[in-house]
Design a protein. Structure first.
Lengths: 332, 476
C-alpha cells in the first residue's frame, strides 16, 4: 500500500510527464519554426497547436503549484537553486505565448513574432533542461533553505541536459507535424523527425551515461544486484522503441512516430524516477521529509482524484474536436 | 546586512510589479468572459445578428488579453518559490492546496474550452459552443474564488496550527477557505472586474458613437455597458463599505493607515479627505477633514472613539502614505463610476443615450478607470497588510528567499523590460482592434480556410461572409 507522500510524488510525476510531452510538442514546433518556410507552412504548423497550447501549458502550472502544495519544502529549496533558468523559462514562455495571438494581429511585423515564437520556444526548452540537470547534479541545502550561490546551476552536465531537451522537444514537434499535416510540410517533418530522432537517442545515451557517475546513490540505484535486473529493462526498452521508431519512419506511418516518441519520453521519465527515488531534492531531501502535512495532502487528493479524470476527459474531447489534418475543412 | 535589506526590497518590488501587471488582464477577462457568454446567449435566444457581431468583435480582444493573462500568470506560480521560498515552505501547506484547486477547477477548464470558444464555431453545434463559452466564464470565476480564498487567508488567517518546523498546518479547511475576509473580498473583487469590463465596453461603444451615432452595434454595447454600470456601481459602494467594516474588525491597523489616523480620537474621529501622511513624524500634515464623519462611517456613531496608529508599535505600521492615497484613488474613481452610471440612466430616460456627446466623452475618459481603481484597491489591501505576508503571523522580511541582491535585481530588470515591451505592444494591438468600427457581419477567429486568421486586419479577400457561421445556417 502506497502512502500519501509517495502517491503525491507519483501524481506530480504524472503532471510533469503530461507537461513535458504536451507542451513538448508545441514547444517543439517553435523550435522547428526557423526551418519552416514563411507563409502557409508556418501558419499551418502554428494552427496545428493554436487551440490546445494553453491547455498544454496549464500542466506546467499544475507541476509548480502541485509541488508547492504537496512538497512545500522541496519547492522552497529547488526554486531559488534554479533561479536563473526558471526566470529565463518564464520570460521565454511570455515571448512564445503571446506570439500565438500577436503574429496574426500584425502582418507587417510577423517576422518579429515568428522570431519571438522560435527563440522563446528554444530558450524555454533549454531552460527546462538546464533545470533538470541542475537538480540531478545536486543542490546545496542549509537547514530548510537553499544554501548555494546563484550560478550553481551552471555546469557542463546541465548544459548537456538543456540541449537534450531542446532536441527531444523538436522530435515531439516534428512527429506531431507528421500526424497533423500533409504534402511538403509533412515531408519536411519526416526529414526532421529522422534528424531529431537520432539526436534524441544520442542525447538519451549521453545523459544516461553521465548520470550514474554524478552521485554514488544514482549508481547504486541503477547497478546494485539484483536491482539491475529491473533497471536494465529501461535501456532495453529504449533500444526496442528506437528500432520501432526507425521502422515507422521508413514505412511512413503518420501516427506511430509520435506515439513512439512519447514512449521514448516515458522511458526517460522512468529512468529519472529510478535515479531520484526516494529523494525529491536529489541527494538532499526525501519525499517523506518534504511532504506537506497529511491534512493538506488529503484535502488535495479528494479534488485531484475527482478532477484529474474529468480534466483528461474534456481535454481529450477538445483534441478530438480539432482532430485531423490542419488546413482541411470538412470536420464539422 | 545592507545586502539583505536590498534583496528584500528588490523582491518586494518585483512581486508588486509582476502581480500588478498580471492583475490587469484577469481584471478585464473575468468580466469580458461573462459578457461574451451573455452576448452569445442573447444571440441564441433572440437570433439577433447584432449579438453575434458583438460576440465576434469582443472575442478577438478577449483572445489577446487572455493570452497575456496566461503568460503573466504562469510567472506568479513560480515566483512564490523563486523569490519567497521561506513563505512557500511555511505557508505552502495552506496556500499551495488552494492554488492547486485553482489549477484543477479553473485553469484547466478555461484552457480546455478556450480553443473551442475561439476557433470551434464551425466544428461544434451552437449549443456546444455556447457551453464552451460558459465554461470559460465559469472558469474565470472559479479562479477568482480560489485565488482570493488563498489571498484572504493571508489577511485573516484561521483554521491552522503551527508545526515544530514552523509550518502552518491546516486543521479546518472549511474555516480556511471561508475565512472572515473572504466573502467580502471575493464579491468586491469580482464586482470590480465586472465594472472594469463595463467601463471598457462602454468607452469603446461611446468612442464609436462619437464617430457614427447610428451604428447599431456601438449602440447596443454602450447601452449594455451603461446598464451594467448603474446596477453594479451602487452595489459595489455598498459592498466596499461592508468590506471596510470587515477590515476594521480584523485588520484595524490597515484601516487606521488608509484613513490617515495617526493620532487617537477619544471623542469621535474626523473623516480626512486630504492630507500628506508623514510616517516619520507620525502625523497627517495639511489635514483636511470633516469632523466626526470618520467615526460615523466606521462605527455608525458620531462620538465613537478611535484609537490611532500611536497605540500601535511602529514596527507594525504599514507604509501609510501609499495606503492613504491608493484608497482615495479607488474611492474617487468609484464615485465617478457611479456618476457616469447615473448620467447614463438620466440620458436613457430623456431618450438621449445615443446622441449626448458629452456623456460619450465622459465614458471614453472613464475607459481605463476600472483598471486604475482595481489596482489601487489591490495596493490598498496588500500594502495595508504589511509588514506581514500572513497577517500578524509571518513577517515579509522572514518570507523572502536566501538570494543575493544582484540575482533579484537582474531578474527585476528583465521582468520590467520584457513586460513593458511585450505587453505594451499587446495593448497597442488591443487598441487597434477597439478602434475598428464593429461591422456586420463581424469576422470571427475561425479559420474560414486555414490558416486561422483574424480577418479584421488581413486584406479584404480574407473575409468571406458566406463562411461566417450563421450566415449559411440562419440564412442571412
Amino acid at each position: 500500500m502506497m502512502d500519501l507522500p509517495t502517491l503525491w510524488a507519483f501524481i506530480l510525476a504524472f503532471a510533469v510527464f503530461a507537461y513535458v510531452v504536451l507542451d513538448g510538442f508545441d514547444l517543439g514546433i517553435g523550435i522547428l519554426f526557423p526551418t519552416l518556410q514563411r507563409g502557409p507552412e508556418r501558419d499551418q504548423a502554428m494552427n496545428s497547436v493554436a487551440p490546445i497550447w494553453d491547455g498544454n501549458e496549464t500542466w506546467l502550472v499544475m507541476g509548480g503549484g502541485g509541488l508547492l502544495a504537496a512538497f512545500p519544502l522541496a519547492y522552497a529549496i529547488i526554486m531559488p537553486a534554479v533561479y536563473a533558468p526558471i526566470i529565463a523559462m518564464l520570460l521565454a514562455l511570455i515571448f512564445r505565448g503571446v506570439a500565438f495571438e500577436f503574429r496574426w494581429r500584425d502582418p507587417g511585423h510577423q517576422w518579429f513574432w515568428d522570431l519571438s515564437f522560435a527563440s522563446g520556444s528554444i530558450l524555454a526548452a533549454f531552460a527546462q533542461g538546464v533545470t533538470l540537470g541542475a537538480l540531478l547534479q545536486g543542490i546545496v541545502v542549509e537547514g530548510r533553505q537553499y544554501g548555494g550561490g546563484w550560478w550553481d546551476w551552471l555546469s557542463p552536465f546541465s548544459l548537456l541536459t538543456g540541449v537534450s531537451v531542446v532536441i527531444g522537444y523538436a522530435l515531439l514537434g516534428s512527429t506531431w507535424l507528421i500526424m497533423k499535416t500533409e504534402g511538403a510540410l509533412q515531408e519536411h517533418a519526416f526529414r526532421y523527425a529522422r534528424i531529431t530522432g537520432a539526436g534524441t537517442l544520442a542525447a538519451i545515451a549521453a545523459v544516461s551515461l553521465a548520470t550514474p557517475f554524478l552521485e554514488e546513490a544514482y549508481y547504486e540505484r541503477w547497478f546494485a544486484w539484483p536491482h539491475v535486473l529491473f533497471t536494465a529493462q529501461v535501456p532495453l526498452l529504449v533500444v526496442i522503441i528506437a528500432g520501432a521508431f526507425v521502422l515507422s519512419l521508413h514505412r511512413r506511418n503518420e501516427r506511430l512516430p509520435f506515439l513512439l516518441a512519447l514512449a521514448l519520453f516515458a522511458m526517460s521519465m522512468a529512468g529519472l524516477g529510478i535515479s531520484i527515488f526516494p529523494d525529491i531534492v536529489p541527494g538532499a531531501v526525501r519525499i517523506h521529509d518534504a511532504a506537506a502535512p497529511e491534512s493538506s495532502l488529503i484535502f488535495m487528493l479528494i479534488g485531484a482524484g475527482f478532477l484529474i479524470p474529468i480534466i483528461i476527459a474534456y481535454t481529450s474531447y477538445s483534441y478530438w474536436i480539432f482532430r485531423g489534418k490542419v488546413g482541411h475543412e470538412g470536420y464539422h | 546586512m545592507l545586502d539583505g535589506i536590498d534583496a528584500l526590497l528588490l523582491a518586494r518590488v518585483q512581486f508588486a510589479f509582476t502581480v500588478s501587471f498580471h492583475f490587469i488582464f484577469p481584471a478585464f477577462t473575468i468580466g469580458l468572459a461573462s459578457y461574451l457568454a451573455v452576448l452569445e446567449g442573447l444571440w441564441l435566444w433572440t437570433g439577433r445578428t447584432v449579438f453575434l457581431d458583438l460576440f465576434r468583435y469582443w472575442v478577438k480582444i478577449f483572445a489577446l488579453t487572455f493570452a497575456m493573462g496566461v503568460v503573466s500568470g504562469i510567472v506568479l506560480s513560480y515566483q512564490f518559490g523563486t523569490n519567497w521560498s521561506a513563505f512557500s515552505d511555511r505557508a505552502g501547506p495552506i496556500v499551495g492546496p488552494l492554488m492547486a484547486y485553482e489549477v484543477l477547477t479553473a485553469f484547466f477548464l478555461e484552457a480546455g474550452f478556450l480553443g473551442i470558444m475561439l476557433f470551434g464555431m464551425n466544428r461544434v453545434g451552437k449549443g456546444l459552443h455556447f457551453t464552451a463559452t460558459l465554461m470559460v466564464a465559469v472558469g474565470t470565476l472559479l479562479s477568482s474564488f480560489w485565488v482570493l480564498a488563498a489571498n484572504s487567508w493571508m489577511h485573516t488567517p484561521v483554521g491552522y496550527s503551527i508545526s515544530e518546523a514552523g509550518q502552518f498546518v491546516p486543521e479546518d479547511w472549511w474555516q480556511i477557505v471561508f475565512n472572515p475576509s473572504f466573502p467580502y473580498r471575493l464579491v468586491h473583487t469580482v464586482l470590480g472586474a465586472y465594472l472594469t469590463t463595463a467601463l471598457v465596453v462602454g468607452a469603446v461603444g461611446a468612442w464609436h458613437l462619437l464617430r457614427e451615432s447610428t451604428n447599431e452595434r456601438a449602440r447596443v454595447m454602450f447601452s449594455m455597458a451603461m446598464g451594467m454600470l448603474i446596477v453594479a456601481a451602487p452595489i459595489q459602494v455598498f459592498v466596499g463599505d461592508l468590506h471596510g467594516l470587515n477590515t476594521q474588525e480584523h485588520q484595524p491597523v490597515k484601516v487606521l493607515a488608509l484613513e490617515g489616523h495617526f493620532e487617537s480620537h477619544p471623542n469621535g474621529a474626523p473623516l480626512y479627505l486630504f492630507g500628506i501622511p508623514d510616517q516619520e513624524a507620525g502625523t497627517l500634515r495639511y489635514a483636511l477633514g470633516i469632523p466626526k464623519l470618520g467615526s460615523l462611517i466606521l462605527h455608525h456613531s458620531f462620538d465613537a472613539p478611535i484609537e490611532g496608529l500611536d497605540t500601535v508599535p511602529r514596527e507594525e505600521w504599514p507604509p501609510v502614505a501609499i495606503v492613504f492615497w491608493s484608497f482615495r484613488v479607488m474611492v474617487g474613481l468609484g464615485l465617478l463610476m457611479l456618476a457616469l452610471g447615473g448620467l447614463a440612466l438620466f440620458a436613457r430616460w430623456r431618450g438621449r443615450l445615443y446622441d449626448w456627446r458629452n456623456l460619450h466623452r465622459f465614458a471614453v475618459a472613464m475607459g481605463p478607470a476600472g483598471f486604475i481603481a482595481v489596482l489601487a484597491g489591490w495596493v490598498t489591501t496588500e500594502v495595508g497588510r504589511q509588514p506581514f505576508t500572513v497577517y500578524g503571523m509571518l513577517r515579509t522580511a522572514e518570507s523572502v528567499s536566501p538570494l543575493d541582491a544582484p540575482a533579484v535585481a537582474s531578474s527585476l530588470i528583465a521582468f520590467i523590460v520584457v513586460y513593458f515591451a511585450v505587453f505594451s505592444v499587446g495593448t497597442w494591438y488591443i487598441f487597434r482592434l477597439m478602434a475598428h468600427l464593429p461591422v456586420t457581419p463581424e469576422p470571427g477567429l475561425e479559420p474560414g480556410d486555414a490558416p486561422i486568421r483574424t480577418a479584421g486586419i488581413t486584406p479584404a479577400p480574407a473575409i468571406d461572409p458566406d463562411r461566417a457561421i450563421g450566415a449559411t445556417k440562419k440564412g442571412w
